[in-house]
Design a protein around this ligand. Structure first.
Ligand SMILES: O=C(O)CCC(=O)C(=O)O
Ligand SMILES: [Mn+2]
Length: 151
């Protein structure tokens, strides 16, 4: 990151249609191809969210010490009002929203097999995070389905 090696607080992989690449910190990442399981989950997520997805970012949190800091998924290639479908598998973890303007943090528990739909306005108005939970000793896999627009 920024020309230096840093420890990642989680493992991730980018999967999607050919050309659904994303730019991050000056690099362009090409997606790995879909697997049959991920394609089936994409279809379920598309039906439940009422939109199309052409990529998925898979995040693996090996234990409760791994986390995602507060951020919004508001990169330009996601378009002005991204809809993101987020499937959780494995350990239950807390997910939090905080308005960019400040104010209270709202927490939801993401249970095994759940789908979280982040709709219009969510990335524009809020940041989200997945905090450290020291008591959690088992892994969690998260699949965030997205639609990447070619820039
Ligand atoms: O693990 C999660 O539930 C969220 C991951 C996330 O926010 C992201 O990949 O952008
Ligand atoms: Mn995110």
């Amino acid at each position: 990151m920024f020309g230096r090696w840093v420890d990642s607080p989680r493992l991730n992989a980018w999967v999607g249609d050919p050309g659904a690449s994303y730019r991050y910190s000056g690099n362009t990442f090409e997606p790995y191809p879909w697997t049959p399981t991920l394609l089936a989950l994409r279809e379920r997520a598309e039906q439940a969210c009422g939109t199309r997805f052409n990529s998925v970012l898979a995040n693996l949190y090996r234990h409760g010490g791994e986390y995602t800091g507060f951020h919004a998924d508001d990169e330009r290639e996601l378009g002005p009002e991204p809809i993101i479908g987020s499937i959780s598998l494995g350990a239950q973890r807390t997910f939090r929203f905080r308005a960019k303007q400040g104010g209270d943090t709202v927490a939801v528990e993401l249970t095994h097999g759940s789908l979280l739909r982040m709709g219009e306005g969510t990335q524009r108005l809020y940041k989200h995070d997945l905090p450290v939970r020291k008591r959690v000793t088992t892994p969690r896999l998260n699949l965030t389905f997205r639609y990447i627009h070619p820039l």
